[in-house]
Design a protein. Structure first.
Length: 215
């Protein structure tokens, strides 16, 4: 993904019409559009191809299964036109290796969740986040997902992964995180959903976040 605005739209609306309207309105401000279960379950995987005409798509399926099932999921995601997939890491190195292998075959990207951004994200992830981050490096992932709600954790994770891997960071706005703070802490991109798609003017909301970050 090319870094221009440091902003990724989390498009968690559930219908095609709203999804395409919002994506069109903000496309000049975002480097990528992240889709997840809400939109894909609402409209089908075909929405990925439509959105990919506006910006590269990250498929946030938090893939977390045995290696063979992970392989099958990643193949479907990339065949559908996604540029990247988000996977979990707690399933272990063999599962992650399977996702990275498929991504390399397709020339696509893999981002691995380290510690989640919501309050419960510390309960189980906190003790293993650094180990997962190290595994992401060793497995040859493109980058990791780390919480904008805890910039200090982004700093910790940046120390582990060095500068070769990217950090994409959700939790800005609706979850309380600040885009500028987490970029200063070492994130490459912020991922923002509700603060943009629930705004009366998604384009203005996206522009304001870009201006705040001065990325
Ligand atoms: O740790 C994570 N936190 C998180 O919010 C990992 C994620 N993938 N996300 C996703 O980022 C979440 O599912 C949603 O799509 C987006 C944040 O949206 P919002 O809180 O800005 O509305």
């Amino acid at each position: 993904m090319e870094k221009k605005n440091c902003l990724i739209l989390a498009l968690d609306v559930t219908d095609r019409e709203n999804a395409l309207r919002i994506a069109n309105e903000v496309s000049e401000y975002v480097d990528s559009i992240k889709v997840g279960y809400p939109l894909v379950l609402g409209e089908g995987l075909g929405i990925v191809k439509e959105l990919a005409e506006l910006a590269p798509v990250i498929a946030d399926f938090k893939v977390a299964d045995i290696p063979n099932t992970d392989r099958l999921i990643c193949e479907q995601v990339f065949k559908a036109g996604a540029d990247a997939v988000i996977t979990h890491g707690f399933t272990g190195r063999d599962s992650l290796d399977s996702c990275v292998k498929v991504a390399k075959e397709y020339g696509r990207d893999v981002y691995v969740v380290t510690e989640m951004s919501h309050p419960g994200g510390v309960e189980f992830f906190r003790p293993v986040a650094e180990t997962i981050a190290k595994m992401a490096v060793d497995a040859g992932a493109t980058g990791v997902v780390a919480p904008a709600t805890r910039p200090e954790r982004v700093r910790d994770i940046r120390k582990i992964i060095g500068n070769d891997l990217h950090i994409i960071s959700p939790g800005v706005g609706a979850q309380g995180g600040s885009a500028a703070d987490v970029i200063n802490a070492g994130a490459d991109w912020v991922i923002v959903g509700r603060s943009i798609y629930n705004s009366d003017s998604p384009a203005d909301a996206a522009m304001k976040i870009c201006n705040d970050m001065k990325c």
